[in-house]
Design a protein around this ligand. Structure first.
Ligand code: GLU
Length: 494
């Protein structure tokens, strides 16, 4: 039998990284087994579903490199692939269950159900429907229907015993039927619930393996019972471990950004995010951290998924992203990606090799190069506070640097370096310490591209202007100090 898998997102919000994670493993499993990966939109919640959300889910998954062979944007032999376009199918299937006595109409009001739930919670019982409408006679039902009393359709279920089923990763799972509710299948507005539509569509679309998040384990008995009621083959189940926040709680947007759009806007590479999602619970046989889709596919084995809750740690992802930027992207490739997001392309190819080592995100490019293009830096005395140097030393370094830069005839990185290294040695300062106040004067911080490169790119007069400005910010030199510095500088040079 040909393997068919699916991702079945509900378009009710931003595209979630969890959806991409489940989609990735569905796609890999299908491809590794020469099967078909499909995408179905589960938009039975007509209030919360939007076409914008659907479009964003599809485009975000595509951006990540996840593609499907059948879906609402592609058509295919099992369409339509949007549940809102399949209503008549669900109506028909519910009628079948009603006719066979496997489901029943429930006329209980929302108020009664709320009361029931409250008292069950108080008695520490599992909340669930108590079966009141199961005992309605045909006459009573007819009368309620004549009066247009709203109703839902619920599925019947065994009162006792256990539902046992196999999970591809977890082995046999047993859940007692008394833990399972008489699930609503059709809502009062005539729309199916997730449970009905999902089972009907998975069957009609020929899905052989249901690979989804572990939050659906407790729904599996209802689904299996529906397959049995319809006398359909039950597909294989595989419940993936949930992504977690670093504190081990379920990944939630209150603690961690969860929208793929966030990661895209922040300057994450799709390759890095996909790589990171591939590491959620799964690993390459050689344990290597960096890999692409093809690498995964070459060795893919779903049994390598481990069930310990995988932690989605944005910091680690950022590290991985930086490593992708530094080591995997050519200057041309990086330039192409940066052009889409930056406003200033000046010297792009020249600056990329300098910026790369300091970038973890694409958006870092402007952060580490912007200073080159501003008129005046936003610095004050405090900017020099944490450099571990007193004011006089800072002023001396800046003044000596001005003189040294001014003397250069052939402006290049080497001549700049030679002059500055000479002064640092003369002042008996470590180069890094000596360069720190120059860095702040030139770039406003000490975390941009290297100060030597910056000075060489800015040019002689602009660099000297910036250091002069820094000196005025520090309070400017008195005449006496100036003379004294000049004497010292001359001695140092001789
Ligand atoms: N529509 C469900 C969701 O949004 C699909 C769950 C499943 O894969 O069965 O997660």
């Amino acid at each position: 039998m040909k393997v068919r898998t699916r991702i079945a997102p509900s378009p009710t919000g931003d595209p979630h990284v969890g959806t991409a994670y489940v989609a990735l493993f569905n796609m890999l499993f299908a491809k590794a087994n020469e099967g078909t990966f499909t995408l179905r939109i589960e938009d039975t919640d007509r209030v919360r579903s939007t076409i914008e959300s659907e479009n964003e889910i599809l485009s975000s998954l595509n951006w990540l490199g996840i593609d499907w062979e059948e879906g609402p944007d592609k058509s295919g032999p099992y369409g339509p692939y949007r549940q809102s376009e399949r209503s008549s199918i669900y109506q028909e299937k519910v009628q079948e269950l009603l006719d066979q006595g496997k489901a029943f109409k429930c006329f209980c009001t929302p108020e009664r159900l709320a009361e029931l739930r409250k008292s069950q919670v108080l008695q520490k019982k599992t909340p669930g429907y108590d079966g009141k409408c199961l005992s309605l006679s045909a006459d009573e039902i007819a009368r309620l229907e004549e009066n247009n009393t709203p109703f839902v359709v619920r599925m019947k279920k065994p009162d006792k015993g256990t539902c046992e089923f196999e999970d591809m990763l977890r082995g046999t799972i047993s859940i007692d039927w008394d833990q399972i509710d008489m699930q609503v299948l059709l809502k009062a507005d005539g729309m199916p619930t997730y449970h009905l539509a999902n089972v009907v569509d998975d069957h009609l679309m020929g899905i052989t393996h249901i690979i989804r998040g572990e939050e659906w384990i407790n729904s599996a008995p209802k689904h299996i019972l529906l397959y049995q009621y319809f006398e359909w083959d039950v597909p294989k189940f595989c419940h993936l471990p949930l992504l977690r926040n670093p504190d081990k709680s379920k990944l939630s947007k209150r603690k961690n950004p969860t929208s793929i759009l966030y990661y895209k806007d922040k300057g994450f590479l799709p390759e890095a995010l996909l790589n990171y999602l591939g590491r959620m619970g799964w690993s390459m046989p050689d344990e290597r951290e960096k890999f692409n889709l093809k690498d995964m596919l070459d060795v893919f084995d779903i049994n390598r998924i481990s069930l310990g809750g995988p932690i989605f740690d944005v910091d680690k992802l950022e590290w991985l992203n930086g490593s992708w930027i530094r080591d995997e992207l050519s200057v041309d490739d990086l330039a192409r990606r940066l052009r889409k997001i930056i406003s200033n392309e000046k010297d792009l190819e020249k600056l990329i090799p300098l910026a790369k080592p300091r970038m973890r995100l694409l958006t870092d490019y402007e952060k580490v190069t912007n200073f080159l293009f501003v008129e005046k830096l936003d610095i004050n005395r405090d900017s020099f506070n944490s450099l571990g140097l007193d004011e006089i030393s800072i002023m001396k370094i800046l003044q000596f640097t001005i003189w040294s830069l001014d003397e250069i005839d052939e402006w290049n990185r080497d001549s700049i370096f030679k002059g500055l290294k000479n002064i640092a040695d003369g002042l008996q300062l470590k180069l890094k310490k000596f360069l720190a106040p120059i860095f702040v004067s030139i770039a406003g911080t000490t975390s941009s591209i290297s100060v030597m490169d910056s000075i060489s790119i800015l040019g002689q007069s602009k660099s000297i202007d910036r250091i002069n400005y820094a000196l005025t910010v520090m309070g400017a030199l008195s005449k006496v100090q100036y003379t004294q510095f000049f004497k010292e500088y001359s001695e140092l040079k001789s």
